[in-house]
Ligand binder design. Structure first.
Ligand code: ADP
Length: 380
């Protein structure tokens, strides 16, 4: 009879609601008691009204403008960035609030920051409980059966698909759909006026959205953090602008009335200088193209959740509850992922470490290694 706290943390992503729904209902089916923790770690730190038991109907969403829980984007239990939880003092308050509610397991849906925070919390757990007892904030009886371990399970909610050890993260495919819809809309104007469009998409350290969007909309060129241009270095040296312009001009010569370049937020050149949409625009203008820049921004985060993310979040939610029930203090906290179309459970901090190594490898210009860390099946 585990009592399972569920929270969404860090940047919102479509499918988080479907995950909350799934974890809630599977918990109930297995005889556990699910709790919503509102506003991410802030809710844990604040306690009170921000921690509430969930029943089957709470995730049906009748009161929520008739929009079904499964389909709604963002996160209905709220998310936040919580400075206090980064401190031991904040985590002490969080521990107090969990014990007061009898909660002995936590499923965190968030990015690598949120999952790192959860792992730290678990590592400190026994010490935190002991401190609360020794300072008289909790009685020994209150904490007795919860002192030994806090079960932690991570689900990755991230539109960037930037977590290593999993093929896909919750929300990435919906965002890809949003980008494609937006670019399709721009294409009408581009084609009518024979313009070039430079579209910036999200992804601080990960070019998955940019690359997949470029393939799906048939862009002339795309710029990523993991594969800096020029792609033909022998011919172009470091002059990526010239390479891009040659590609675009060639495509125009085949009768294309529009040009499209996708730029990832974290795109860089071979010297690690950022590639910004305005630079791309200037280069395209030099070859006579009427060029506009569109930054998609938060449009690509939201809206209705696509079928795949509903499915992914639901099946990962099932596995998350199973993982809570399997949890053992001697085993590292797991992260639920997907590998070759199968739901898998991997040690959470291993995945986080590999993810952080991607950024380090890029900073060292070891781009092939960065790609391998992201996707073990990758060969340059
Ligand atoms: P994401 O989970 O999307 O990577 P953040 O890195 O902003 O987003 O993390 C979300 C929240 O998780 C932070 O506001 C903080 O409350 C908590 N958090 C992140 N990193 C840590 C950490 N190292 N220790 C404790 N808490 C953390």
């Amino acid at each position: 009879n585990k009592k399972i706290g569920i929270l969404t943390s860090g940047g919102d992503s479509c499918g988080m609601n479907a995950a909350v729904r799934s974890i809630t209902r599977v918990s109930l089916q297995k005889g556990c008691v699910p709790f919503a923790i509102y506003e991410g770690y802030q809710g844990l730190v604040d306690g009170g009204e921000k921690i509430k038991e969930l029943r089957w109907d709470d995730v049906r969403g009748y009161t929520l403008s008739n929009i079904r829980y499964l389909a709604k984007g963002g996160t209905l239990i709220g998310t936040a960035r919580c400075k206090e939880f980064r401190t031991r003092e904040g985590r002490l308050k969080a521990c107090y609030n969990l014990i007061k509610n009898g909660i002995d397991a936590l499923v965190v849906i968030g990015g690598d920051g949120s999952l790192t925070g959860a792992d730290t919390f678990r590592a400190e757990w026994t010490g935190l409980v002991d401190e609360l007892v020794s300072t008289g904030k909790l009685t020994k009886e209150e904490s007795a059966h919860l002192r030994n371990d806090l079960a932690i399970v991570g689900l990755v909610g991230s539109i960037d698909n930037d977590m290593s050890s999993t093929d896909i993260t919750i929300g990435a495919v919906t965002s890809l759909h949003r980008i494609c819809e937006s670019v399709d809309s721009l294409t009408s104007t581009a084609q009518s006026h024979q313009r070039a469009f430079v579209v910036e998409v999200m992804g601080r350290h990960c070019g998955w959205l940019a690359l997949m969007a470029a393939i799906a909309v048939g862009a002339d060129c795309c710029f990523l953090p993991e594969r800096p241009p020029p792609f033909n270095q022998e011919k172009y040296g470091n002059n990526w602008e010239q390479e891009m312009c040659d590609i675009v001009a060639k495509n125009r010569s085949f009768g294309n009335r529009k040009s499209l370049v996708i730029v990832c937020e974290g795109a860089i050149d071979k010297d690690l200088n950022p590639i910004k949409p305005d630079q791309v625009k200037k280069a395209l203008e030099k070859i006579g193209l009427d060029t506009r820049v569109t930054t998609l921004g938060h449009v690509q985060r939201g809206g209705s959740t696509c079928a795949f993310d509903r499915y992914l979040a639901t099946v990962q939610g099932v596995e998350a509850v199973e993982a809570v029930l399997r949890s053992n203090r001697d085993v590292p906290a797991p992260m639920i992922g997907m590998f070759q179309n199968k739901i898998v459970s991997i040690p959470l901090m291993e995945a986080v470490k590999l993810t952080q190594e991607v950024a380090t490898s890029i900073a060292k210009k070891d781009f092939a290694h960065a790609m391998q860390l992201r996707d073990p099946g990758f060969t340059s």
